[in-house]
Ligand binder design. Structure first.
Ligand code: MLT
Length: 255
């Protein structure tokens, strides 16, 4: 089975995701924050394409039952309740039972694009839940019917990012082992091989990768250094968020 990594949505060509199982990665910070929000008890996360869509969605849902979350240029958006720091979503008193209308610069668009391209549920992955998502994808692939497994990195402004490539490489390695256990030979694209090699070369250095990446340095300059530590912790959560074309909910998981 084909295992592919697409390092940024800008590298997506039409039809590439058709029939495949797809996971979207935005380690810094959208998919880390979505995973945290849901494991803290949020009812659902609605990934939006822009600020106005998020505001309209929250207003229509009812502001007493919803939260507006996300960022522009890394910062809290005026009129929003929460930014895009996963640490803000740890407090169950804040997020429990809430529908979160969520907009971020690269991540939410990548989630929506992935669903539009593959027309089936999309997995949401970060370092904090990468084993759970990898296992879920391999389980879904075990009947051999999917065209392949594709990990779509959100990247940064159309370019690859080190932290997403690192996470996707770890997931490729898990997918390879998992597929073999089911007797399905993995067929890696060059991009998947490069990502897996990058992950292997940097084994155990997740925080260093995040801290030295372009976006990691940008976030540190804004004072979000604790987010990097949080987002670098491998498998803090056994949670599998899934986007069904409308909203992201947990397939299973714990907090
Ligand atoms: C994004 O979607 O571009 C990010 O999650 C940016 C951020 O770190 O807030």
């Amino acid at each position: 089975m084909r295992v592919d990594v697409i390092v940024s949505p800008a590298f997506l060509e039409g039809g590439e995701l058709e029939g495949s199982l797809c996971a979207v990665v935005d380690v810094l910070r959208a998919t880390s924050t979505i995973t945290t929000a849901l494991t803290s008890g949020a009812a659902a996360v609605y990934p939006c394409l822009d600020v106005e869509e998020a505001k309209r969605g929250a207003a229509a849902f009812g502001r007493e039952r919803s939260l507006l979350g996300g960022e522009e240029r890394g910062q809290l958006i005026p009129g929003f309740d929460l930014g895009n720091s996963p640490l803000e979503y740890l407090d169950a008193d804040v997020v429990d039972g809430k529908a979160i209308y969520f907009y971020t610069t690269n991540g939410t668009g990548a989630v929506r694009r992935a669903y539009a391209e593959c027309d089936r549920s999309v997995y949401i992955a970060a370092l904090i839940n990468m084993s759970a998502v990898s296992s879920a994808i391999v389980g879904a692939a075990s009947d051999g019917k999917a065209a392949g497994i594709v990990i779509l990195c959100s990247g940064r402004y159309g370019k690859p990012s080190a932290e997403d490539t690192f996470c996707s490489g770890l997931m490729v390695r898990m997918a390879v082992n998992g597929l073999r256990e089911f007797g399905i030979p993995p067929d890696l694209t060059d991009s998947a091989m490069v990502a897996a090699g990058f992950a292997e070369a940097n084994e155990g250095k997740g925080l260093d990768i995040l801290a030295s990446s372009e976006h990691g340095r940008f976030l540190q300059s804004l004072g979000f250094t604790p987010d990097l530590d949080f987002a670098s912790r491998l498998d803090s959560y056994n949670a599998v968020p899934v986007f069904n074309g409308e909203r992201i909910v947990l397939l299973n998981g714990d907090s």
